[in-house]
Design a protein around this ligand. Structure first.
Ligand SMILES: NC(=O)C1=CN([C@@H]2O[C@H](COP(=O)(O)OP(=O)(O)OC[C@H]3O[C@@H](n4cnc5c(N)ncnc54)[C@H](OP(=O)(O)O)[C@@H]3O)[C@@H](O)[C@H]2O)C=CC1
Ligand SMILES: CC(=O)N[C@@H](CCC(=O)OP(=O)(O)O)C(=O)O
Length: 317
């Protein structure tokens, strides 16, 4: 028997990428809604209720509408938007967190983590659990991302040369400077921190690839923990993970003339964590594809877990 899968938002950035992954799977029958009816609630309702698994790849408001349209107990939902990530009735789809795989396996509602939140939580939570980072540490972090994270309209701004020139988009931009980025609530809830991190995202003129950087200062860590201690704790936590890899300590060999390469995980579901450090200063950088482990890849990984399939199905090249 094949599982029936419907992608609500099939023509958007995340939806299209999920389709690419699903096309490689033989256990899946993809249900396709007519393009001109894709926003018609009545038509969507038939697909939503006829599927075993639904991916919601929609703006928050439309995702909430889809949930209202599901009238049975059978359809299991994977939502890529921010709408339900801190809702206790939804499982948080980050299987690399301790015991989270088991939660996802049996859940009927799973939220795919936000792209910035993914690298942040995977950096902070293991360090708190290892007793290296106190839960009240005043964490700051910044993330450099490609513009595809902004969806169709955001991509259009950058790829339409007239619009891009008008808005001077050739240079990087800080945003959410009022400390109001939509990922902060989930970053707080799942990192184990007591207080919100001070988070600054930066969007730049390239399509794909994200690097989340978290600096730490040893002298305010318990036992003056060093970069090497941080590296050891993260390596132990992710030791047996397939998609999260802690790279060799102080990985000069992975730099290009001393400079970090953001896009090396593009078109994969891989997330790589680097720890750099010197004289009591620790810099942890995770890099991944915002459309891979930051969105569509993570969504498909969750589906594989929910259906009891091999977790890497269609995700490993
Ligand atoms: N891009 C990324 O890197 C990431 C995105 N996300 C989240 O995933 C969700 C989807 O994002 P993304 O794919 O980038 O967004 P896009 O804007 O690229 O795509 C959204 C799709 O939803 C469709 N849509 C809008 N309203 C409705 C509706 N009422 N009924 C049915 N379809 C509708 C749009 O239609 P139309 O084709 O007419 O525009 C579009 O095809 C968002 O909530 C986003 O925040 C999450 C992680 C990363
Ligand atoms: C470049 C860009 O604009 N990125 C988006 C995040 C993309 C993402 O992860 O959005 P969801 O929370 O909806 O999943 C942003 O920072 O708002």
């Amino acid at each position: 028997m094949k599982y029936k899968v419907f992608v609500d938002g099939q023509e958007g950035t995340t939806g299209l990428k999920i389709f690419e992954y699903l096309a490689k799977l033989s256990d899946i029958e993809v249900l396709r809604i007519d393009s001109d009816k894709r926003k018609n609630p009545e038509e969507r309702s038939k697909f939503l209720n006829g599927a075993d698994i639904v991916f919601l790849c929609l703006p928050d408001s439309a995702a909430k509408e889809s949930i209202e349209l599901v009238k049975n107990d059978k359809t299991r939902i994977i939502n890529t938007s921010t709408a339900f990530r801190t809702d206790k009735n939804w499982a948080y789809g980050l299987p690399e967190l301790k015991n989270q795989r088991e939660v996802i396996q049996t859940a009927s509602r799973v939220s795919v983590p936000g792209c910035h939140a993914t690298g942040f939580i995977l950096t902070i939570r293991p360090l708190i659990e290892a007793g290296i980072l106190p839960e009240d540490y005043p964490v700051t972090c910044y993330s450099l991302t490609g513009y595809s994270g902004a969806g169709k309209s955001g991509i259009e701004e950058y790829e339409n040369s007239v619009l891009a020139a008008e808005r001077k988009l050739h240079v990087p931009r800080h945003y959410a400077l009022q400390h109001n980025h939509k990922h902060i609530p989930e970053m707080l809830m799942y990192s184990g921190l007591l207080y919100e991190p001070l988070f600054t995202p930066i969007k730049a003129n390239y399509a794909q690839g994200l690097a989340m950087s978290v600096p730490l200062i040893s002298r305010i860590l318990p036992k003056n923990a060093s970069a090497k201690d941080v590296h050891e704790a993260l390596s132990a936590y992710f030791e047996s993970e397939r998609f999260v890899h802690v790279m060799p300590y102080d990985s000069e060999a992975y730099l290009d003339e001393g400079q970090f390469m953001i896009s090396e995980c593009n078109h994969t579901n891989r997330l790589e964590i680097f720890v750099f450090g010197q004289e009591g200063k620790v810099n942890i950088i995770s890099r991944y594809d915002n459309l891979g482990k930051g969105a569509s890849g993570a969504a498909v990984q969750n589906m594989n877990i929910m259906l009891g399939l091999d977790e890497g199905n269609s995700l490993v090249n």
